[in-house]
Design a protein around this ligand. Structure first.
Ligand SMILES: C[S@@+](CC[C@H](N)C(=O)[O-])C[C@H]1O[C@@H](n2cnc3c(N)ncnc32)[C@H](O)[C@@H]1O
Length: 279
């Protein structure tokens, strides 16, 4: 069946159709710098999910780990508590600042950061090879096949990925706005889901294990206005939809005991893992 359907080309097509897509070489740092504060609050509001993800990783004390798209260290920090060394790579300086602050709160020094896109790294020349390569919710590479091949090359023992299964977390705003205008929602999925990832892997001869689980997330916002600003940043809505979006979030944000407003969502996620053939 090889060649009948090229999943990597499908992936590229989908990414180029994504709201806000500029070009295949765009640097995601500007977007993620803007998202860093919210991401940080959100990862602390969902610690049980962070633990659940961490427990999937079979970390040994002597392990060196490369965390690609490490963000604020949601996983790098607990990984540093168990492994010998963690290299956290991310193009967003804003995210890496938070990662460094979170490492320093725990006192861990067995890590380093690299501020770069994964696409711009040459393996092994620029970073070496690691026992474990982890890439969690950071597979937004235009050329997924090239990125996965490089991850495989960067790992001695295993590669672990987390990605969406089915719909990414959806707060229903886009359909609500479409309903209010009496037309069908034009909801472009931000990314193709895990099945394209495992198919691309299959096409390069990697047969990965997959575990699907349902996760419940709480997204904290200071106000409905902040939720609206984020929907604009994600290009889910245009400025003309501000008022409808504001009222939508006003109705749906729930107040927690500590006064924080949260939006609850539920989504399935995939844990994808392959071991290197060490024969
Ligand atoms: C959704 S966050 C995930 C952060 C972390 N891995 C986690 O699970 O909490 C996505 C991260 O991927 C990073 N990222 C985006 N594009 C990237 C690229 N081309 N190469 C490496 N990292 C990238 C972003 O800067 C952001 O910090």
């Amino acid at each position: 069946m090889k060649g009948v359907f090229d999943h990597n080309e499908f992936w590229k097509f989908h990414l180029s159709e994504r709201p806000g897509f500029k070009d295949k070489d765009e640097n995601p740092a500007e977007f993620w710098d803007k998202m860093a504060a919210h991401y940080e609050r959100s990862s602390f509001r969902n610690t049980e999910n962070n633990i659940r993800d961490f427990l999937h990783l079979d970390i040994r004390p002597e392990d060196t780990i490369l965390d690609i798209g490490a963000g604020n260290g949601r996983l790098s920090v607990p990984m540093a508590s168990k492994a010998s060394f963690v290299t956290a790579l991310d193009p967003s300086g804003g995210m890496l600042e938070r990662l460094e602050a979170n490492m320093s709160k725990t006192g861990f020094k067995n890590y380093k950061t690299i501020c770069s896109r994964w696409e711009d790294i040459s393996v092994p020349k620029d970073i070496g090879v690691y026992d474990l390569v982890v890439c969690s919710f950071a597979l937004g590479f235009y050329d997924l096949r090239a990125a996965l091949e490089k991850m495989d090359k960067a790992a001695f023992r295993s590669v672990c990925l987390f990605w969406f299964a089915g719909k990414k977390h959806d707060d229903g705003l886009v359909s609500h706005i479409a309903d209010s205008k009496w037309h069908e929602a034009d909801e472009k999925p931000p990314y193709p889901d895990y099945q394209y990832v495992i198919n691309v892997l299959h096409e390069i001869g990697i047969f990965a294990d997959v575990t699907i689980e349902t996760y419940y997330w709480k997204y904290p916002f200071e106000s409905p206005d902040e939720a609206v600003e984020q929907a604009l940043l994600f290009k889910k809505i245009g400025p003309e939809d501000r008022d409808v979006a504001y009222n939508y979030y006003l109705d749906r944000l729930e107040e927690e005991d500590d006064g924080t407003l949260v939006l609850r969502t539920q989504a399935d996620q995939a844990f994808i893992k392959w071991d290197k053939n060490t024969d």
